[in-house]
Design a protein around this ligand. Structure first.
Ligand SMILES: Cc1cc2nc3c(=O)[nH]c(=O)nc-3n(C[C@H](O)[C@H](O)[C@H](O)COP(=O)(O)OP(=O)(O)OC[C@H]3O[C@@H](n4cnc5c(N)ncnc54)[C@H](O)[C@@H]3O)c2cc1C
Length: 398
């Protein structure tokens, strides 16, 4: 895309400057000019009353024949011979999208020794598996992944591609989107279909989480999105038949500019918030590090993990690894208890998919109550010890 200002038409009314959020336009010698801060959003084009500003899209984007693209794909990743759980969660959302579009759901795996588990993806709603097998694919190589997927996608033309927003997904997804000349929306928290146009409505937090933006890829295909683990739930829809397409590729290390010398497993921390069944979290309302003692006691009584808002992490009341939210962990436990947490959007995006949410807050208009299934209005310092006592009593009777 390119942007151009016709200085002959420009009346220096400064509407473009008022419309631009990024300092992408300024006045120099009786005309508006574009600065290096322009991000081609087009706000100035709409604001210009004399049509002096034009935004030109690359011609080839307009030429994509969208009717040729069919199917929803999930690209799985794996480590140590195991498929990452986000792939199952993406199959859950992918099934929903594929049903609306009346198309197939495919999981794509690049790896080795996965034959035995392929048919099992029918239990997660998949109609088809495309399995690219090669010894070198035991490990992740970004350039090999991009090359294989680029060939596969240009040949088979899926309409939608979903990828986990994991370090691996974040590495290859943008490279792949660039090669395919299509759009990519990172870190989506919502995906819906616009039935009439078959466009994917890709929602994600923006401006530091203060706004939710819904992004479309109306001109190009495929439509690509990454999603963090824990945002969607795995499907329990079972397909009677699953088609398995196995493609063997003769690849070796010379096909990559990198060489995997050693794989070092990340040290497992004791904290595993993403997989916890119950989380008790505390926020600023807890009041102090000592105040967290009662939160921890409630967590212990329930056999739960301890969590926190960013404020409680920044105040050093809880460890950084326990932060829930946009810049922390995305969690979806069976039970999430929020104590003294207001429910800012940056916190909510990380816990809103919890099965049952209990909120304790003394402000009855706190936004967390819009998400909570059980709302306890009052002082947490009174409520939390009562809950802990009651849970201990019930447990002792079991
Ligand atoms: C780019 C960006 C990323 C961010 N990422 C995250 C993130 O990942 N996670 C996150 O949590 N935040 C994140 N934030 C911060 C977020 O905007 C909020 O500031 C934060 O979540 C607020 O934390 P809190 O709810 O603990 O505190 P507050 O918003 O101050 O809320 C405290 C709540 O406690 C209640 N309260 C006070 N005393 C009591 C009491 N005695 N009993 C009961 N209730 C009481 C109050 O009524 C209030 O609702 C991010 C912000 C930005 C800009």
């Amino acid at each position: 895309m390119s942007i151009n200002i016709d200085s002959e038409l420009c009346t220096v009314c400064e509407s473009c400057i008022a419309a631009c959020l990024y300092g992408g336009v300024e006045i120099i010698e009786n005309s508006a000019v574009i600065t290096p801060d322009c991000n081609l959003c087009g706000a100035c084009v709409d604001a210009c009353p004399v049509d002096a500003i034009t935004l030109k899209r690359a011609d080839h984007v307009e030429q994509v024949d969208k009717s040729q693209y069919k199917g929803v794909w999930v690209i799985a990743e794996h480590f140590g011979g195991e498929i990452h759980k986000v792939a199952y969660q993406l199959l859950g959302k992918g099934r929903e999208l594929a049903d609306i579009l009346k198309t197939d759901l495919t999981i794509v795996i690049l790896g080795i020794n996965f034959d035995k588990i392929l048919s099992g993806f029918s239990n997660y709603g998949a109609d088809q598996v495309i399995y690219i097998e090669s010894k070198i694919l035991k490990h992740y190589y970004s350039d090999i992944y991009v090359n294989i997927l680029f060939d596969l996608i240009t040949e088979r033309k899926p309409e939608i591609i979903l990828i986990g927003a994991t370090p691996t997904g974040r590495d290859f997804a943008p490279r792949l989107a660039k090669r395919l000349n299509t759009g990519l929306t990172a870190d989506c928290t919502g995906l819906e279909i616009e039935e009439e146009t078959r466009n994917l409505r890709q929602t994600r937090p923006t401006f530091g989480g203060n706004l939710m933006a819904t992004i479309l890829t109306p001109l190009s295909r495929p439509q690509m999105a990454t999603v963090r683990p824990g945002i969607f739930k795995a499907s329990n829809e079972t397909k009677k038949k699953i088609k398995i397409i196995k493609i063997e590729r003769d690849l070796n290390e010379t096909d990559s500019v990198t060489k995997v010398l050693k794989v070092i497993k990340k040290q497992k921390t004791k904290i595993n918030l993403e997989d916890a069944a119950i989380i008790v979290s505390g926020g600023r309302g807890v009041g102090s590090k000592e105040g967290f003692k009662i939160i921890k006691e409630l967590a212990d009584a329930l056999g739960a993990e301890l969590g926190g808002s960013r404020v409680s992490v920044e105040l050093n009341w809880v460890d950084h690894d326990r932060q829930v939210g946009q810049t922390g962990k995305t969690v979806s436990p069976k039970l999430y208890i929020a104590c003294g947490i207001s429910g800012a959007i940056q916190h909510s995006v990380g816990m809103q998919n919890s099965e049952i949410i209990v909120a304790i807050n003394r402000d009855k208009s706190a936004p967390i109550f819009n998400l909570a299934h059980y709302c306890l209005v009052g002082d947490l310092h009174e409520i939390v010890p009562i809950l802990t006592k009651e849970i201990r009593r019930i447990k002792s009777e079991d």
